[in-house]
Design a protein. Structure first.
Length: 312
């Protein structure tokens, strides 16, 4: 635990250091930020035990957004935390109380077999234990203030959480993904995550710029862990975002668009990784980012489709 913050590997994706949740402890009280899936609950409880925190001393489960790798286990975890309430964006709150639409959407994206393997049945959160975090909502953790802001771009129901104590953001997916396998002497490498179905490049740019405006020392991303040198990484995220949007727009009317979009983004990320000093980038980027490239392509195509409908 550093500065009262513990990084928890939720075990999602059958891959180490792929998906994180966080435990914040201060003055004997605690909050989780994100929770993984229902299969992650034992890991969350083990983190409490390791920190010497009783389950009754957890007051909050803050969800950056309700995508299932972040929030799928909320209802199951709350069964173990008698005093905790779920803090969630107002747009996401109904999906915690009634996860039927969330389940249907995830099945559409991932397919039934993958949904069952990775997530399983979602447990509803009682409405009385849900707190809607509007802009500026403060979560109190033993006197430590965690401030929530609206952070759209990856999803319209996305929050980011500011910890003034450490001058750090808990960013969910709003500040990209950054796998430790790509760390080099330059530090961390990140790419935007534009997964379906609510990606919006203008909003994503605005969120990244807003996070940078706070001059943070750290960002705790879900995929994966704490990253420093936030200003450099944020600038690179903005450049990559622009390049991804340009690729998508250039292929908007192309035949076999999806495959060409995937190939172009893979090339973009390989070049970025090589420039970052990642060894064997040609092999490692397709291996480690295959699922992310596919989801990013789907998100860009969903955005193109929305634009096409709006132009009719």
């Amino acid at each position: 635990m550093e500065d009262g913050i513990t990084t928890i590997d939720t075990g999602f994706g059958d891959r180490a250091r792929f998906c994180a949740a966080y435990l914040v402890v201060d003055a004997g009280r605690a909050a989780f930020i994100d929770c993984g899936t229902g299969r992650s609950v034992p890991r969350m409880l083990a983190a409490l035990d390791a920190a010497g925190v009783a389950r009754a001393d957890v007051d909050h489960l803050v969800l950056t957004h309700v995508h299932l790798d972040h929030a799928g286990g909320a209802g199951a975890l709350l069964r173990e935390l008698p005093n905790a309430r779920v803090v969630v964006h107002p747009r996401g709150a109904p999906h915690m109380v009634d996860p039927a639409k969330l389940t249907a959407s995830a099945r559409q994206v991932y397919g039934d077999a993958e949904f069952e393997r990775s997530y399983g049945a979602l447990v509803p959160v009682p409405a009385g234990r849900v707190v809607e975090a509007v802009e500026g909502h403060v979560v109190d953790v033993g006197g430590r203030a965690l401030r929530c802001i609206d952070a759209p771009g990856h999803a319209r129901h996305h929050l980011a959480v500011w910890d003034a104590r450490t001058r750090g953001w808990f960013t969910g997916d709003s500040f990209g993904l950054s796998y430790r396998e790509f760390d080099t002497a330059r530090g961390a490498m990140a790419i935007p995550t534009t997964s379906p179905v609510q990606f919006d490049p203008v909003e994503m740019r605005g969120t990244i710029e807003r996070l940078l405006a706070a001059q943070p020392a750290h960002a705790w991303v879900t995929h994966y862990g704490r990253i420093d040198d936030v200003e450099r990484i944020g600038g690179e995220l903005l450049s990559l975002l622009d390049a991804m949007v340009a690729i998508a727009c250039g292929l908007a009317a192309a035949p076999h668009r999806h495959g060409r979009l995937v190939a172009a983004m893979e090339r973009l990320y390989v070049d970025h990784a090589r420039g970052h000093g990642v060894a064997a980038a040609e092999a490692r980027v397709p291996e480690l980012l295959a699922a992310d490239i596919e989801l990013n392509a789907q998100g860009l195509e969903a955005w193109l489709a929305r634009n096409a409908r709006a132009a009719r």
